[in-house]
Design a protein around this ligand. Structure first.
Ligand code: ZN
Length: 254
């Protein structure tokens, strides 16, 4: 078992705002990431990851009218263990609705986007890694550009999705970019555990960041404390602020 890296308050926003690794990170552009004519496929382990990791990218893809496929691997039903306020069946419905509302807030045109809910069990993706890889591979085509969570992101579902999609992308002849999400919680500037040499920064306009912020606010189940268990919000204000910087980071293939 790997140690759980997602503990405590995590790395401060100010640390990242001062970080040399980010200040000197090479920039990329939408057309460098996704060649014209290619389809983009965004793969979210949980409902909300598509916004936290990719909302800026999604807006740029939508504005440039790229064909887009979003795959939600789980329905996110493990966010409130033991809760009577958020029973599992209700969470599955609620979190899908939150994603739908967030995509609406991002202005994603539904006619340019297909959306698949794969229905794997939240927090157990690693147990079904081969099935996830097979599922994703079935929906990929050669030349697709795929975006998934980084396989060392530090959350077992994110890591498993990164590995599974890695296999599927190779098998399908697709390109894969991996995205750190929880990494911002446990890593630090120049952290040797992060392959900074592979990292590229996609800059977001102030308007795109504002839309991302508004979209993130659609995940109400993740933003409120749970009165039945006393658990604080899954997405604390600090977690959210760290993910609302004016850029998104993509790890290019090795
Ligand atoms: Zn997640």
């Amino acid at each position: 078992m790997k140690p759980n890296l997602i503990v405590g308050a995590g790395t401060a926003l100010q640390h990242w705002q001062d970080a040399q690794c980010l200040a000197h990170m090479p920039q990329t552009t939408l057309t460098q990431l996704v060649p014209e004519g290619a389809r983009a496929v965004v793969i979210a382990p949980h409902p909300d990851d598509e916004v936290l990791g990719f909302a800026g990218l999604l807006q740029q893809l939508n504005a440039a009218r790229y064909p887009l496929l979003l795959i939600s691997i789980t329905d996110g039903t493990a966010s409130h263990p033991g809760s009577t306020f958020w029973p599992v069946e209700q969470l599955a419905e609620q979190r899908a609705q939150e994603s739908k509302e967030a995509l609406r807030r991002l202005g994603i045109a539904r006619e340019h986007m297909s959306w698949l809910r794969a229905g794997f069990e939240d927090s157990h993706v690693a147990d079904r890694e081969h099935a996830v890889a097979a599922f994703v591979e079935r929906h990929l085509q050669p030349g697709d550009v795929v975006f998934a969570t980084w396989r060392e992101d530090g959350h077992s579902d994110h890591d498993a999705v990164g590995r599974a999609v890695g296999h599927a992308a190779i098998a399908a002849g697709a390109t894969l970019y991996e995205v750190p999400i929880w990494t911002w919680h446990w890593a630090h500037d120049q952290d040797p555990r992060v392959p900074w040499h592979r990292a590229r920064k996609l800059n977001l306009s102030p308007d795109a960041v504002a839309r991302k912020r508004h979209a993130a606010q659609a995940f109400t189940s993740q933003l409120q404390a749970d009165p039945s268990t006393g658990q604080g919000p899954v997405l604390s204000p600090l977690v959210l602020e760290r993910l609302l910087q004016p850029f998104e980071v993509f790890l290019v293939p090795e």
